[in-house]
Design a protein around this ligand. Sequence first.
Ligand code: ZN
Length: 378
Amino acid sequence: MVNEKRLIEGFMELVRIDSVSREEKNLADFLVKKLEDLGLEVRVDEAGKKVDSNSGNVIAYLRGNVAMEAVPIMFSTHLDTVVPGKNIKPCCEGEKIVSDGTTILGADDKAAIAALLEALQLIRENNISHGDIELVFSIGEEIHLQGAKNLDLANLKAQLAFVLDADGPVGKIITTAPSHNFLEIIIYGKSAHAGANPEEGINAIQVAGYALSRMQLGRIDEETTTNIGVISGGKATNIVPDEVVLKGEVRSRNEEKLRRHTEQIKKVAIDTAQEFKARAEVKINQEYQGYNLSPDHPVVKIALKAAENIGLRPSLCSTGGGSDANVFNQAGLPAVVLAIGMEKVHTVEEYIPIPELKNIVKYILSIIEVVTSGEKLK
Ligand SMILES: [Zn+2]
């Protein structure tokens, strides 16, 4: 039933529209028109103004065409891409769609957008039954989930959400994701001339070095990781440096461990600075909260059943990364993340197999069918 040619051309058209984070407007305008032509009610919210993007989130609504009550559901994807994401030239290489190797492909997350558009076409052409469906196309997903964080969920009707935004084979369902803390550590030493009177200085870089060697970094256990990923400081070789900034993160699917390891890094920084008569300031920001949906949760059961119905072998997985689903779950809207077949995302080797692109369309329609049939899920 899927129109392969239309799907591939539609996908390529989408990736040719540049939409790196904060510059989503051209893609948003294009989508608004497409969705309206397909008969949906579409609006663009004000989130862009809050996060310095040239567009807001695009929200579309397809009213149900069945008399019976079906649970209102949401499919969500994101508009923005990482860099290098301008002037993308997609092409087919056998069964795969790839970029020319100088940019990402943008299958993350435009494969999902293309699949949704094709599914909507098929719903229209074949008069497929469906309940109320909301579509959310967020901005700024790649820059700390900013669009989703500024989306007004209270205005939406959906009771369950399917976020089409994981790599790997279609059928992979993500039900668990970690919480994530950001850390910024500033170590203040004392500057002095490095040749004339170094004894008057306190070398902030050296203090940072001691502190780093005492921190527990990397994989802590199966559900916890820590990292210091950025270090900057110092002005010249002849100056004892008086300031160093370290940036890092702690992730865990266990809130207690998240707290403990964040505190551990903070304490090491402060204690080590004190030991060398320097001073450390530590800022901690929660990036997002984790979630853990039970296999019995309706949103998980629907995702499993819909995959089985089209002959996919579904699997329930956890992830170490965050997505808009973290924001939705935190706000009380149960959301799973579904894999869409994309591979090597965030690299210039990113690709998507054409059969997987078709599978996403089939999977979306299968989810709609399961929800609409009101079938008792065992
Ligand atoms: Zn993505």
